[in-house]
Design a protein around this ligand. Structure first.
Ligand SMILES: N[C@@H](CCC(=O)N[C@@H](CS)C(=O)NCC(=O)O)C(=O)O
Length: 232
């Protein structure tokens, strides 16, 4: 189908997940195209669709989009999730930068050598950012990151919090504003239906880590066995 929206990435969440949440809140139907072998990646690269030779790739409205930060902002613009004016858009961007730094720890969690280490790193990262997020949200005054309408900052913050909570279930017990935003976003129609769908990949585990290394033909994390098994 010519207008089908396609998201090409590994068989998992990773750097494609914020885009999936933004497609979901826009209620834009999409298809995951999992890249599961070096050959799949080679074919995708040879197709000329990867502007910078990297995944994720989002095919939408006749365009081949690269860079998750660009994708989520495009989806924010077309859906009205980018604030109501230049100042709000700027604050969305500021939040997004901090959320990106915050989210990196959850993206790396399954690559850590043990659950204990992953949880420790996540808790430290949360302790650094959560009080600041709470303060900024309190200053805004609407139990939202920016302005008085849901923005992409709320969506990507909730995506990151969801990932953290899979490791630390009671994470938000002392942060009522983060809890409120998270609750609001996961109950938005499009997001709720995405999270309950088969398109939502499970919490990344060791198999995901192995898949990524196999597709990219790179070394596995140092704590795993035979770490160079996929390296040419
Ligand atoms: N900043 C980029 C990062 C893209 C990226 O690092 N993609 C990795 C997979 S997660 C990749 O394609 N690596 C292969 C390469 O860079 O050649 C984004 O957020 O989209």
């Amino acid at each position: 189908m010519a207008n089908e929206v396609k998201l090409h990435y590994f068989l998992g969440r990773g750097r494609a997940e914020t885009t999936r949440w933004m497609l979901a809140i826009n209620q834009i139907a999409f298809k995951n195209n999992p890249i599961t072998t070096p050959d799949d990646l080679c074919q995708l690269r040879n197709s000329g669709k990867l502007p910078f030779d990297q995944m994720p790739l989002l095919e939408i409205n006749g365009m081949n989009l690269s860079q998750s930060s660009g994708m989520i902002r495009y989806l924010a613009r077309i859906g009205g999730f980018y604030g109501e004016n230049d100042k709000e858009a700027l604050y969305c961007d500021m939040f997004a930068g901090a959320i990106n730094d915050f989210a990196e720890a959850s993206m790396q969690a399954s690559f850590q050598s043990s659950t204990e280490i992953a949880v420790k790193i996540l808790q430290e990262r949360f302790n650094k950012f959560a009080p600041k997020f709470e303060l900024r949200i309190k200053e805004n005054g609407n139990e939202l990151c920016v302005g008085n309408k849901i923005s992409f900052a709320d969506v990507i913050l909730s995506e990151a919090l969801s990932a953290y909570m899979e490791w630390i279930p009671d994470l938000l017990k002392n942060t009522p504003l983060l809890l409120s935003i998270h609750e609001k976003i996961v109950n938005e129609t499009g997001i709720k239906s995405y999270l309950n769908s088969e398109q939502r990949y499970p919490k990344p585990d060791e198999n995901y880590v192995i898949d990524v290394a196999r597709v990219l033909q790179r070394a596995l994390p140092a704590h795993m066995s035979d770490i160079n098994r996929f390296v040419n």
